[in-house]
Design a protein around this ligand. Structure first.
Ligand code: AKG
Ligand code: FE2
Length: 317
């Protein structure tokens, strides 16, 4: 009896940490979208290969824009939020001229460690934000909505990311991914907004849509295989780096990009903190295009619908 128990425990432990080729499970391996049936996979592929909504509306896979930082003062509200959450104190930040690029100098190293979702405890604490910061976010989304000719729904809980110089825990190859391989609908749009100057390794890398689609095709549209190649296949890793670029942007800039574009966080080897926000939006008409049900692949299995992952109410027009 006891022997059997040991055996099960060992196989479970092994399968959690190594794949069938004895490779350590890293990056997005083991976390990609799965399908209920071959029919479900076919419906997914129909959506995945449908024409790009962003290219249809804007004639490009990546739209760059600016917003007025006096009207939408993310910086002020981020500082207030950091103080309110007792992550830093007011005087500490004043000593560093309230420059968020120096935030790492105000924090104990333990707060900067990454977990295996590539987040640290500060990013996680920002899943819960004050009404004041949420208001700035809604003002920003209202601005974005004005670019579309129909109402949009937005990610209800936005993702704020804090990436500090040389933070511990980054023990994987750059995790190139499209959010679609993590369960997101191919009909949403990604919006990315930096609050510090971003360049080189403190920024996100992004791959143009045509190259991204080719990389995914080369993995036979098998996202588990793609996630593994990204971690273990040197040729793929090198090619991805060559075909992608680090975003070079400043506070007040934003981009909107096709959700199938491959992108990744990098190990921040610069000497400044990066803070950014990434959110997903979806137009009213794109919500009606789903051929299947889309859910987050994590524990919550949240539906990509209004009142679930997206806002209950639309914004715009
Ligand atoms: O900001 C990053 O480093 C990654 C963001 C991301 O994965 C996304 O916007 O989907
Ligand atoms: Fe992403």
């Amino acid at each position: 009896m006891q022997k059997e128990f040991h055996f099960h425990w060992l196989t479970k432990f092994k399968s959690m940490s190594l794949d069938q080729d004895n490779c350590k499970v890293r990056g997005h391996m083991g976390k990609t979208v799965s399908f209920d049936s071959t029919g479900d996979r076919e419906l997914f592929m129909k959506d995945f290969l449908s024409p790009s909504g962003i290219e249809n509306s804007f004639k490009t896979w990546k739209v760059s824009g600016k917003y007025n930082t006096k009207d939408i003062n993310f910086k002020k509200h981020l500082i207030n939020e950091l103080i309110k959450k007792e992550i830093v104190d007011k005087e500490q930040l004043i000593n560093y001229k309230n420059n968020l690029e120096n935030l790492h100098l105000c924090l104990h190293d333990s707060k900067k460690n990454l977990d295996d979702t590539e987040q640290n405890e500060i990013s996680i604490s920002f899943y819960d934000i004050s009404l004041e910061l949420k208001n700035e976010y809604i003002k920003f989304i209202t601005n974005i909505a004005s670019l579309f000719s129909e109402p949009i729904y937005y990610q209800e809980v936005p993702t704020f990311r804090f990436h500090f110089p040389n933070q511990k825990g980054y023990d994987w190859e750059d995790r190139y991914h499209t959010d679609v391989m993590l369960g997101h609908p191919p009909y949403e749009f990604n919006v990315w907004i930096p609050f510090t100057n971003v360049y080189d390794s403190n920024s996100m890398r992004i791959t143009p849509l045509n190259y991204s689609l080719n990389f995914i095709k080369d993995s036979n549209y098998d996202f588990e295989l793609f996630a593994k190649n990204v971690q273990y296949k040197e040729g793929v890793i090198k090619d991805l780096k060559e075909k992608s670029d680090s975003l070079n942007m400043s506070y007040g800039d934003f981009i909107i990009f096709d959700p199938r574009c491959l992108h990744c966080t990098q190990h921040n080897k610069t000497d400044i903190t990066r803070i950014s926000l990434d959110v997903r939006i979806i137009t009213e008409s794109n919500l009606l295009k789903y051929s299947r049900e889309y859910r987050t692949t994590g524990r919550k299995k949240m539906l990509f619908l209004p009142g679930h992952y997206f806002s209950q109410e639309p914004i715009g027009l």
